[in-house]
Design a protein around this ligand. Structure first.
Ligand SMILES: Cc1cc2nc3c(=O)[nH]c(=O)nc-3n(C[C@H](O)[C@H](O)[C@H](O)COP(=O)(O)OP(=O)(O)OC[C@H]3O[C@@H](n4cnc5c(N)ncnc54)[C@H](O)[C@@H]3O)c2cc1C
Length: 486
């Protein structure tokens, strides 16, 4: 009898983790290091979720979400992963803005931003100091109803140019808008401002390979090509539902199995977890309604360009925020025909281990699922080709001969994000603020069911996802201590 993909799985684990995004991997790692038997199930053939890289003919390697994260990653990776991972984190040197309001180059930290705000934007120094002081004291538990727009108006009234400088990069980093709670801008912006913008040297593939090594060393059983179709709920004596295990389906041979667990940690998006995997009909009505009401964040489109072997690009900036919009608006930033795009430039030192020095450019746009979801095949192809052409036209202003240097180009859309991650409406940055509450309160409605992953804007991004994985794993560990036999 041939051995089927899922035959090697045990019938029961202490913890099953659904999804290998950074929150899922970090949670699995933490739980295994606490001594629990952990099974990590990922539907894709690669681990990492959105933190991923892919290869293309001609020796091209593209990073999907390695554009920049705050310095806090160093501490989180050292504490919860390994010194090797933390030691590979490097600061990027130059961030540039090119738009109708201003052109500036910056190291993107509070010292440089203070200088720019005072010298270039002529903002009163006292207002700049007070603004940064306000950000420093912002706290998730403040429960303030202040919006980002109100925050900006308080310190820089009627200065749309300054509002643009402050929000545009954060809108790219986590999808936040002027109407979102100020905390969703403030915490992320302050994190970046502490020391600047960082990336992982070696590329995302190296990072995920190192994390996979840590997971295996900690005893996590990892299974790829495994789609979790259902989270089983049982009802305990008090009538409260409780997670009892999952049904998993192999994408390799189509086989499926039911696997039991004392607790389940889902990294599959909070809406998917509650409404599809547990099932809206199986969870308390209050939870289903709250999950239904969660708004997801916008999605993305990306144009990946690979520079041919032996060809070079001049070393200029690492991140370039470009936009033709005047005035800046969150609506324009996410519209189908937006002129706002970020170019991430990858020089050979991104992957110093590569056999030959390589350059790549990834152009990112924020997009809405609704604009792309209903397109027929021809319209879809036309808009993808338009995005590619517009990206080239924008890049020609930086590198006039870029077309002749690129020998691989491909474009991803919100549909691509949805296909690879299964996220609700292809969301790139999880959910709006209300998703965090539902995620945090999930185990009160369904015992033994936990969610970790991008929610509430502040728990999204690489740093947010890793930190949230740790927070949730600690709560799950306490649950297991009470409810599972070692
Ligand atoms: C284009 C783009 C650029 C970005 N750039 C940056 C950046 O520069 N810096 C930054 O910090 N952040 C960036 N982000 C955001 C960041 O990548 C994410 O916030 C973070 O990686 C999300 O981690 P996560 O743990 O929430 O899970 P995800 O990465 O969303 O992963 C979830 C995993 O669950 C799996 N899964 C889902 N359903 C199932 C199921 N039923 N069964 C099994 N597996 C399942 C998925 O396949 C996936 O692997 C970017 C995102 C995008 C889309």
């Amino acid at each position: 009898m041939p051995i089927r993909h899922l035959d090697s799985l045990q019938g029961r684990y202490d913890a099953i983790v659904i999804g290998s995004g950074l929150a899922g991997m970090t949670g699995a790692h933490r739980l295994a290091r606490r001594g629990w038997r952990v099974l990590l199930l990922e539907h894709h053939h690669q681990l990492g979720g959105l933190a991923t890289a892919f290869k293309r003919p001609g020796g091209h390697v593209f990073d999907v979400s390695l554009h920049g994260f705050p310095y806090g990653m160093v501490k989180s990776c050292r504490k919860y992963w390994s010194p090797q991972i933390a030691d590979s984190i490097r600061q990027i040197k130059s961030v540039r803005f090119i738009n109708p309001d201003f052109q500036i180059q910056t190291s993107f930290d509070s010292t440089d931003f203070t200088r720019i705000l005072i010298e270039k934007f002529r903002a009163p120094p006292a207002c700049v100091t007070a603004f940064f002081e306000c950000l420093r004291t912002m706290n998730y538990y403040d429960n303030s109803t202040l919006t980002t727009k109100e925050l900006f108006e308080e310190f820089f009234p009627e200065r749309p140019d300054i509002h643009r400088l402050l929000l545009e990069p954060i809108a790219y980093a986590n999808g936040s808008t002027l109407d979102d709670p100020a905390i969703t801008f403030g915490i992320v912006f302050a994190n970046f401002m502490s020391k600047g913008v960082f990336i992982f040297q070696g590329g995302t593939d190296t990072l995920i390979a190192e994390m996979t090594g840590c997971l295996r060393a900690a005893g996590v059983e990892i299974q790829r090509n495994c789609l979790v179709e259902k989270i089983y709920l049982e009802t305990d004596a008090s009538g409260i539902p409780r997670a009892g295990g999952v049904r998993v389906c192999s994408r390799r041979d189509g086989g499926s199995r039911d696997i039991a667990a004392a607790a389940v940690l889902s990294n599959a998006g909070i809406k998917n977890t509650v409404l599809r995997l547990a099932g809206a009909e199986n969870v308390p009505q209050e939870l289903a309604s709250a999950a239904n009401a969660i708004r997801v964040n916008n999605s993305s489109a990306q144009i990946y360009m690979g520079v041919r072997t032996a060809e070079t690009l001049p070393r200029t900036d690492d991140l370039v925020f470009t936009s033709g919009a005047k005035p800046f608006s969150s609506k324009e930033l996410t519209s189908l025909h937006t002129t706002s795009r970020t170019h991430s430039l990858y020089y050979p030192d991104t992957r110093p281990h590569a056999r030959s020095p390589r350059y790549a450019i990834v152009t990112s746009l924020n997009q809405h699922w609704a604009d792309w979801a209903a397109m027929d095949a021809d319209t879809y192809a036309t808009h993808k080709a338009r995005l590619t052409e517009e990206a080239f036209a924008s890049l020609e202003k930086l590198f006039p001969d870029i077309r002749s240097k690129v020998d691989w180009v491909e474009t991803a859309t919100p549909r691509t994000v949805e296909r690879y991650t299964r996220h609700w409406e292809g969301s790139s940055f999880g959910t709006k603020f209300e998703g965090l509450k539902v995620s945090m309160e999930l185990p009160e409605f369904v015992r033994g069911l936990f969610h970790a992953g991008s929610v509430g804007i502040i728990m999204s991004g690489w740093l947010g996802a890793i930190n949230y994985g740790i927070i949730v794993a600690a709560r799950m560990d306490a649950f297991l201590e009470k409810n599972a036999a070692r």
